[in-house]
Write a new protein. Sequence first.
Length: 88
Amino acid sequence: MFEVLNEMKQQFDRIIFDTPPILAAADAQILANQADGTIVVVSSGKTKKDAALKSKELLSNAKGKLLGGVLNNRKVEEGNYYYYYGTN
């Protein structure tokens, strides 16, 4: 896997791995310390806080660099949103 990853790094600017959940399989932990960074995806209303914290701990123990997270499946209630407008 490491040979394949090194070869890919020479050919591509960005490589994205979509791994199984970190608590379910070791794949994410194994790849975490080889990647430039990791983004954790959590499901709103489904992922428990302790599971998210445990995921962060496992990534840290694997010497992975946590870049941030994505909150997925968040339900937006009508009238409960905001609009942002900005200029570059």
